[in-house]
Unconditional design. Structure first.
Length: 554
């Protein structure tokens, strides 16, 4: 096999492997989307629980890098504290080791079998669960087929003197060779941007007989450092705590590798002792049938050992990254800051980030209502500027939430995730409209002098009472979005209709008072506009309630 054929066969096998990993990951996420959401919501300051969450999520998404980027996003959105994030990162390093055990099954032996078993339910089943299960099995088959293809590309290299000469530098049993292998594993993982793919290449090279177990174990250590680069790149331009989480991941992995590197010969002997068979045993066809399980074991034991070693020092690690990443003295931007490519992010993680943003929008509306109520009384120019600023913030948030979720919805999602994503887009739009009408009420008030009220007496009391009832209705309508409370759509529509009738009633009463010359004609026009604005807020609040009802449908 010539050099060109070796290269394109290896790249083709790597491409099949990547496709299989993505297919399996996407399907697992659809099957377990609710699980991801529940474990995210279960996070507490308990470090052991955080580690467990990291393990579970990474087993589902099949990538510690994806989990870490997701964690950086949660910290950035304010959903997670730094110590929680570091605990989840510890767990993600353990969870990703399941990939090694999956691909340690004899390369290629079951690839076509799994593809054949998975393709029929994936294409022809009408049951969504069976479809996703078929896609998972199909993805596993593609992983095995990709590894078999790569192994086939590597076999001719066993007889290539120049290549073996190059590899010999990494194959020694001294610390110089170990360090070179760790560095190579780190660099290749940074280039490929996937520790799982690099682990697959390592197993393929070792199973083919090109490298020995010493080299493979050292490469795995390097891959654990290289995988942290993804999160560090994702944290660029994010909040300070998000940067700290990414750096904690890098420091944790580097310190873990240094700890194992110090006793690497003993570590390798320990793996040899607990895993049956000689890792470097060569069969009649020149392959090493036992080495894949040894590599998977070395990956698992390293990450479990590092987690157990550093878990008691989690608060100290949090303090260290806080010290090396100080908080800048800058005003936080009033915008949605999402970590990672929206088309690549885990849907459950994306929805969790947008949930946090919707909460912020609701908080801004509450503050905006309070300031608007005060502005109607005193006409303060400072309060008017604050109201306009709040309205601009909600505009930006609504646009970014909509664009982001529309990109996320291009990914495969469960029906519940799709319904919630569509509902959040709708709610963001309704919230932005409510902010618009609060700003309009303030603008109507600005027609008068600072010290001059729009109306006084009975009409004024009626308006403020109506304004209070509209906002109570809005508060009621938003219940159920983040709490397990079901709305009664009939009640929402009924209360909305009562408020509409009340709006017409207080406007008609004010017009009667104007006709009796109790109020000026200008006040009649402005009062009517302000009542209409509240009536519009009432309608948007009703839309929010109906949307939440649809989201919560089983």
């Amino acid at each position: 096999m010539d050099t060109f054929k070796i290269i394109y066969t290896m790249l083709g096998g790597l491409g099949i492997f990547f496709f299989g990993m993505k297919q399996m990951s996407d399907s697992l996420q659809q099957m377990a989307g609710d699980v991801i959401t529940k474990v995210i919501n279960s996070l507490t300051t308990n470090r052991l629980l955080a580690v467990t969450v990291g393990m579970i999520v990474t087993m589902i998404v099949q990538s510690s890098s994806v989990t870490t980027v997701m964690v950086v996003g949660f910290v950035n959105a304010g959903l997670m504290q730094l110590t929680q994030a570091i605990g989840v990162i510890f767990g993600s390093n353990i969870g990703t080791t399941i990939t090694g055990w999956i691909i340690s099954i004899k390369v290629g032996k079951y690839g076509l079998l799994f593809i054949g078993l998975g393709i029929f339910p994936a294409l022809f089943s009408k049951n969504k669960r069976y479809q996703n299960l078929g896609k998972v099995v199909f993805g596993v088959g593609m992983i095995f087929l990709g590894l078999q293809t790569m192994s086939g590309a590597f076999k001719p290299l066993r007889a290539n003197a120049e290549f073996l000469n190059l590899v010999s530098y990494f194959s020694g049993s001294d610390y110089g060779s170990y360090f070179a292998s760790i560095l190579m594993g780190c660099l290749l993982t940074v280039i490929i941007q996937s520790s799982s793919a690099m682990l697959g290449i390592t197993i393929a090279l070792a199973s083919t007989g090109i490298i020995n177990f010493n080299t493979a174990a050292a490469l795995v250590l390097g891959e654990n450092i290289g995988t942290t680069i993804t999160a560090i790149l994702a944290s660029i331009g994010t909040s300070t705590n998000a940067k700290r989480a990414a750096r904690a991941h890098a420091i944790f992995n580097v310190l873990g590798v240094l700890a194992i590197f110090a006793v690497l010969p003993l570590y390798i002997n320990f793996i040899e002792m607990i895993i049956p068979g000689d890792a470097n045993f060569i069969s009649s066809d020149g392959s090493k049938p036992n080495i894949a399980a040894h590599i998977a074991a070395s990956h698992t034991i390293f990450n479990v050992s590092a987690t157990l070693l550093f878990l008691p020092f989690l608060p100290a690690l949090a303090r260290l990254v806080t010290r090396i990443t100080p908080s800048p003295e800058v005003k936080k931007k009033p915008r949605l800051e999402i970590v990672g490519d929206a088309s690549e992010i885990v849907p459950a993680a994306a929805i969790a980030q947008v949930d946090a943003e919707i909460r912020k929008m609701k908080d801004i509306l509450d503050r905006m209502y309070k300031v608007t109520s005060e502005y109607l009384v005193d006409g303060s120019a400072k309060k008017l500027a604050k109201i306009k600023d709040y309205e601009l913030i909600t505009d930006n948030m609504q646009k970014e939430v909509t664009v982001f979720l529309c990109q996320v919805m291009e990914k495969p999602m469960s029906s519940e995730q799709t319904r919630r994503a569509q509902g959040l887009v709708k709610i963001a739009d309704e919230y932005e409209s409510i902010a618009d009408y609060l700003e309009r009420i303030a603008s109507y008030r600005a027609r008068f002098k600072d010290s001059e009220a729009v109306v006084s007496g009975v009409s004024n009391d009626e308006y403020f009472e109506f304004m209070k009832k509209v906002w109570e209705f809005f508060e009621m309508s938003t219940v159920g979005l983040f709490e397990p409370i079901s709305h009664n759509e009939t009640d929402i529509v009924g209360k909305s209709e009562k408020l509409r009738v009340l709006a017409d009633d207080i406007r008609d009463k004010h017009l009667q008072r104007v006709s009796k010359k109790e109020y000026s004609p200008l006040s009649a026009l402005t009062y009517s506009d302000m009542v209409v604005a509240l009536r519009k807020i009432r309608q948007h609040a009703c839309n929010v309630g109906e949307t939440i009802t649809l989201i919560n449908q089983k």
